[in-house]
Ligand binder design. Sequence first.
Ligand code: KG4
Ligand code: ZN
Length: 357
Amino acid sequence: MLILGIESSCDETAAAVVRDGREILSSVISSQIDLHRPWGGVVPELASREHLEKMEQVVTEALSVSGVPLSKIDAIAVTQGPGLIGSLLVGVCYAKALAFSLDIPIVGVNHIEGHVYSVAFENPPVEYPALALIVSGGHTNIFYIPQEGEYRIVSRTRDDAAGEAFDKVAKMLGLGYPGGPIIEKLSLAGDASLVRFPQAKISDGRPDLSFSGLKTAVARYVRENAIKPVKEGNEPSKEIKNLAASFQAAVVKALVSTLEKLSIELSPKTLIVAGGVACNLTLHNAAEQAATRLGIPVYFPSKHLSTDNAAMIAAAGFFHLRNKSFADLTMTADISMRLQNAGDYDAIRTGKVKYRL
Ligand code: KG4
Ligand code: ZN
């Protein structure tokens, strides 16, 4: 089955042609990072206009690189949510119009499920049950996946997403946008043991995550030590590099220790670490070490597939299309689309609380 994937949930316009959910024939990504950089973050209105500008050419390029003519595409998979409404609508409307004109099936894909499927390429097949840590600019969750297509949230952030914390701390230190890759680079020359940031404690004892306290702790450290943000074009000081490394170490420790704790409890056969922050090598190495201790494999997407892309959307779409769960043309963007359909782990554990995602 040849699937055209389309992604436009945030600040990347992407299209890909994927065969049978595992073979990428093309994957084209038009990033808007330069457009949003002067504002220090994604400006929703600018993002949707840019998607509108780029969508047609990105899809055309994906088809031409793949060598597959439009007439040979069997189905379309498009990101339906969660994401920015204007951005999502561009992809969804484009995909629906194309599917209608070609008279082929279409499926709306949850963006986070797409990240889970980013490991479907360049890794052995996932064995279930699996445990997936999805860490991006907008999301930080751990899903228990008893079998393919079933998701139960077992941990989530109570406040900021991990990528968002990287971005905010980078902004605070005058390091630019997006913060994750910049902090990672500076950390290589920094000493992570310089500042020992405390790990967040969740008062009700659930295995959740929290990063806003860490962000505040960095802000306090900056203030108390009179650290000046880096001026544009200047080399960051050793102090800033040490701070970046210490912050990164605290985020990685929180993520990996939670993943490891839940793995001991739930005995998955595979670990998945995906999303924009999964590019981070310190996270990569720490998750590898945890997986070795647990005696199970951990799969990561390659760098190209870590940040938003359409190949992962096509891979997730393949699963739904194979199960004949097609959308119809009433399908529309869903900014708060949820990915939880396998009962509520927390409710099972405590008989209470239901996570909304
Ligand atoms: O998955 P993604 O492209 O978009 C969302 O769905 O949010 O993730 C983008 C996020 C940004 O917050 C960015 O700072 C972070 O991923 N990121 C990283 C790294 N590369 C990207 N965070 C830490 N280390 C990195 N190397
Ligand atoms: Zn994403």
